[in-house]
Design a protein around this ligand. Structure first.
Ligand code: 173
Length: 323
């Protein structure tokens, strides 16, 4: 029902965002949606960027933030950007693997965004995103942040046999390789799944569980973390191509400024590690050899499955994303 109401509203307002063909000097307003909730750090940072962009872009380009999962279900954001129902989305690739398997490979990068922008990785990403998803990849809004497994039950080795774990495509193959039974949900459904005992744990980055109140239902965090949490800004390719050079310049200056500020995640992560300890979340660690095997397995499973699903682009991504 939510989707229908949303699409109807979107259809009515499409005319207002149509980019004029012959009026280069005219101001264009782009509609932005987020796959993550309004109170998350992702959205707070995005809103700061939009404020700065709208101040500097007067007469050229404006961004209009429509909202998060209350406005559009998170797993729909990718398709809405692809088809131009919205202009820009903030999402993680895991939420639009329905469009192409490569979307979820951004979690496998071991190199920060600003460097990927220079080493050719962003050119490759855009080749794929343009060709397969009708999207322009604009930039990454989180870096330096691993994913972790959070549990309500204790484990003493990296074996999830008999446990039901909430996943998205980010964690699916890895947790299954560790023996888990997996249940996919949007972030907004995790609390209830924990409360009802439908799952014994979930995957999430090191930062952010307090935004969703999951600390009440979380007893353990498994260390080490794995992969690099990825949330990015993606844009409809036709809308991107219709922008003037000046409009692209305003947009990219602000996106790159946000990407260059990703160092701030290091402190955000440290703060949440302390806060998790303060509320009594216990850390489960493995011996050094098992910990290494755990992380190696995450990357092996991730790359092997990507290369299987994308024999052309998988190996190219691996080469440019890895140290
Ligand atoms: O929902 C998720 O656990 C997920 O896939 C994700 C991806 C990036 C950032 C935060 C969560």
């Amino acid at each position: 029902m939510k989707v229908h109401r949303w699409l109807a509203a979107a259809a009515c307002s499409t005319a207002t965002v149509f980019v004029p063909l012959h009026a280069a000097a005219q101001e264009v307003t782009l509609r932005v949606v987020s796959a993550f909730a309004e109170n998350t750090t992702y959205v707070k940072n995005l809103e700061g960027m939009i404020k700065a962009l709208n101040a500097s872009g007067k007469g050229t380009l404006q961004l209009n933030f429509i909202g998060g999962p209350k406005a559009m279900p998170p797993f729909e954001v990718g398709n809405a950007v692809r088809t131009g129902v919205v202009d820009i989305g903030m999402s993680t690739g895991a939420f639009y693997t329905n469009i192409m398997p490569e979307a979820d490979a951004l979690k496998l990068t071991q190199i920060p965004g600003p460097e990927l922008r220079k080493n050719g990785a962003y050119d490759l990403i855009n080749k794929i995103w343009n060709e397969k998803a009708n999207m322009q990849y604009l930039g990454r809004v989180i870096d330096f942040t691993p994913f972790h497994l959070y549990l309500t039950k204790k484990i003493d080795k990296p074996d999830l046999t008999g446990l039901k774990i909430r996943i998205t495509p980010v964690y699916r193959d890895f947790f299954q390789a560790l023996g888990a039974t997996v249940v996919q949900t949007a972030p907004g459904e995790v609390y209830t799944a924990l409360e009802r005992g439908v799952v014994d744990g979930y995957g999430w980055p090191i930062q952010g569980i307090f935004d969703m109140n999951w600390q009440d239902k979380t007893r353990y965090r498994v260390d080490p973390g794995f992969y690099s949490a990825e949330v990015s800004l993606i844009m409809n390719l036709d809308k991107w191509k219709a922008l003037t050079a000046a409009q692209k310049d305003v947009l990219m200056k602000n996106v790159i400024a946000l990407e260059n500020a990703n160092d701030s995640w290091k402190k955000a992560n440290d703060d949440d590690i302390k806060r998790q300890a303060q509320v009594g979340i216990q850390v489960i660690t493995f011996d050094a050899a098992s910990a290494k095997q755990y992380v190696d397995k995450a990357y092996d499973v991730g790359w092997t499955n990507l290369i299987k699903a994308s024999p052309t682009y998988g190996p190219q991504m691996k080469k440019l994303f890895s140290r």
